[in-house]
Write a protein that binds this ligand. Structure first.
Ligand code: COA
Length: 200
């Protein structure tokens, strides 16, 4: 089976950890308080809010996928663990030598650099976990400037737009951002200073 990335990653301001059903109430609050913000860019948010028990089951599925090496969805929490700030997924969507990161934040947690900090930590974790992985990719809607600003801040390069893998009436193209292993270890994008420690 594929090696698993760390279940827990800490940064100066964040706990980034494998989803756990016991966190369901915290994440329900994060989503339910951010519906309009999320619906602009996340198709699943149109089906929210969902009952707490259904969310618990969904999170249990994320946890199982993590344990079985299918995809690695992390919850992002405040340093004291009292508030769910958002989510970040590390996916096996592209070639074997690539990993893809996706993310969202609750609306009240935006504008503070949290996703930049989390994406930096998880990019580092991806290269450290899988020696054969040569690139990490972030894909966004070309119109989603705030999302694109995250990889730009971290020194990823924009490879341009490509036809969307899952086109919708509102989105026919994906914008692709990518960084190489070499580029990551030699660049000093400003989000990088925030990353402290990775705990396996
Ligand atoms: C995409 C999304 C996560 C980006 O959130 P964000 O708050 O803009 O990103 P960050 O957490 O990295 O914060 C960056 C902002 O904090 C500021 N900031 C403050 N302290 C900072 C720090 N220490 N480091 C970096 N940025 C910092 C930056 O200047 C920037 O502000 P600006 O937007 O005014 O330029 C958020 O808009 C979101 O959840 N959108 C809905 C879901 C979505 O679109 N997901 C992506 C799908 S591809």
């Amino acid at each position: 089976m594929i090696s698993l990335p760390p279940a827990l990653i800490t940064t100066p301001r964040l706990i980034i950890r494998r989803r756990d059903p016991s966190d369901a109430a915290l994440f329900k609050d994060a989503v339910d308080s951010s519906l309009e913000h999320l619906r602009q860019w996340m198709p699943w948010a149109h089906d929210e809010p969902i009952p707490l028990e259904a969310l618990r089951e969904r999170i249990a599925g994320f946890a199982l996928n993590f344990e079985e090496g299918r995809e690695f969805v992390y919850g992002i929490l405040s340093k004291d663990g009292s508030e769910a700030l958002g989510c970040l997924g590390l996916h096996l969507r592209n070639e074997d030598t690539d990993r893809e990161i996706g993310y969202w934040l609750r609306v009240s947690a935006t504008g503070q650099g949290f996703i930049t900090e989390a994406a930096a930590a998880v990019t580092t974790a991806a290269f450290a976990t899988w020696p054969d992985v040569q690139t990490v990719t972030i894909v966004c809607d070309p119109a989603n400037a705030r999302s694109a600003a995250v990889p730009a801040r971290l020194g990823y390069s924009c490879l341009g737009n490509r036809p969307s893998k899952e086109p919708t009436p509102a989105r026919s193209e994906d914008q692709v951002w990518r960084i190489t292993r070499e580029g990551w270890h030699s660049s000093t994008g400003n989000g990088r200073a925030a990353v402290s420690q990775i705990q396996p």
